[in-house]
Design a protein around this ligand. Structure first.
Ligand code: TRP
Length: 450
């Protein structure tokens, strides 16, 4: 185990920083959320706006979060507090958002685990029609106890990794299966594109139709970009607090962003041709991938094998993301409330398992449980991605661009002058002016101010 001068754990080599951060970023946000949100918002035009959000807002904000984390070596709340007392509120926003995200993320993670088991036993291979898969999915998520069982198993798996500690647990698990996920997505995308009627899906994803764009499209794309990159709530602050002094922050941010976006686009290339080929609506919402994927596998030789391996990888991708969210809360409770790490981890585990169980029930047995006119489950997703994450991102920009000692920023980005950064001026301008202005405009626009 490596330790830095503060006696805190640090991560191994250069690869590790990229891998753990990519492990956090790549997850259900790419494979489950991106296709359904893109499908719901017109496809191609959404993709264009999404990519602009990733490059112009996501990348600078990730770098800003890395800076805060490594400059302070603390959890999200402690980090902002150490740099400027009044800004600890931004850290609290992060801890709250991590908790609420886990409330629905653990549920979807549970679904992927259930689908993995059903792939292994072959019970998913019995059907032929997309409508049958839809029925199977709805039947499953509305069951009062089965999804909760899988959700709780998933929470416990996350807990197990967290309690192994930063280096052994988080680093190792991120290292193993990421490349494999990439590979299988490529195979699947080739298969999906060749399905009859598949070109319609590619056209939907890559031919922008800007007449479908509204004020909310931009906010949804912004929220999805932040969600997918794991920024806006201090996850990257927490992870960067474990980075070493010679980790190149901007290479790390750039690599993670490219990897994450590539996985999301690949997922789109897998899902949309299949959506059009089997004839379901691209705007089917959260159930989209759970209906299309089994249909894709069904048409492949060795369908059981493909489907089992794919859902296994999805489980792992989800796990490396739930770990990062869990760690935000655990590190906060451990360092700010002075609980032992063990107790902090158990408190987080118990509270998130409870919230996730309620969210799961809100889709079936307790379907009267609604908030803002949607199910409790959907409300958690909506509130975090469209409000808490963009708000967190906005204030992160203001903090790092305006409040933080600019020498600290420069020191972290250039590793105290050891690295040159030719577009540092552009980066700072984005952080100080462009990002806050765009996010404010998007917020005001959605509030109906214009
Ligand atoms: N980015 C992850 C995904 O795409 C989810 C996630 C992990 C996340 N940590 C986060 C989302 C922090 C927002 C903020 O699946």
């Amino acid at each position: 185990m490596h330790h830095n001068a503060h006696g805190r754990a640090t991560l191994g080599g250069k690869l590790s920083a990229v891998l753990v951060a990519a492990g956090s970023s790549v997850g259900l946000g790419n494979i489950w959320r991106f296709p359904y949100v893109a499908g719901d918002n017109g496809g191609g035009a959404f993709l264009v706006i999404y990519i602009c959000c990733v490059l112009l807002l996501g990348l600078p904000i990730m770098l800003a979060e890395f800076t805060v984390g490594r400059a302070s070596h603390r959890n999200a709340v402690g980090a902002y507090r150490a740099l400027d007392r009044r800004w600890s509120l931004l850290g609290y926003n992060g801890v709250l958002a991590a908790f609420l995200i886990l409330g629905f993320y653990f549920v979807v993670s549970g679904w992927t685990a259930e689908y993995m088991v059903h792939s292994l036993t072959g019970s998913l291979a019995h059907f032929t029609e997309a409508t049958q898969y839809k029925a199977v999915f709805e039947n499953f998520i509305q069951n009062p106890w089965r999804p909760i069982l899988y959700t709780c198993l998933f929470v416990l798996a996350t807990h197990a990794v967290i309690s192994l500690g930063v280096q052994k647990g988080i680093e190792r698990s991120a290292k193993v299966l990421m490349p494999l996920l990439f590979l299988i997505l490529i195979v699947l995308s080739v298969h999906a594109v060749l399905m009859p009627g598949g070109e319609a899906g590619l056209r939907f994803l890559f031919r922008p139709d800007f007449s479908k764009v509204t004020a909310s499209t931009v906010l949804v794309a912004l929220g999805q970009a932040f969600f997918s990159l794991s920024i806006g709530i201090g996850t990257m602050v927490t992870y960067a607090s474990y980075f070493k002094a010679d980790t190149n922050l901007r290479h790390t941010a750039l690599n993670v962003t490219i990897l994450d976006t590539a996985v999301a686009i690949l997922a789109g290339v897998v899902i949309f041709p299949a959506v059009f080929s089997v004839g379901i609506e691209p705007s089917s919402g959260p159930s989209l991938v759970f209906i299309t994927l089994p249909s894709i596998f069904n048409g492949m030789p060795w369908s059981m094998v493909w489907s089992s391996v794919f859902f296994l990888l999805l489980v792992v991708a989800a796990l490396t993301s739930t770990i990062s969210l869990h760690e935000v809360i655990t590190a906060y409770l451990h360092e700010e409330w002075h609980l032992t790490r063990r107790k902090a981890a158990w408190a987080t585990t118990a509270a998130t398992a409870l919230l996730a169980s309620v969210a799961s029930l809100s889709l079936g047995a307790w379907n009267g449980l609604e908030l803002f006119g949607m199910s409790f489950f959907d409300a958690l997703d909506f509130l975090t991605a469209n409000i808490l994450l963009p708000a967190g991102g906005l204030f992160t920009c203001i903090f790092v661009g305006w409040k933080l000692d600019q020498q600290v920023l420069r020191n972290e980005i250039t590793n105290r002058g050891a690295l040159s950064f030719r577009i540092y001026g552009l980066f700072r301008a984005l952080l100080r002016y462009f990002c806050p202005a765009v996010m404010l405009l998007v917020f005001l626009d959605n509030l109906g101010v214009f």
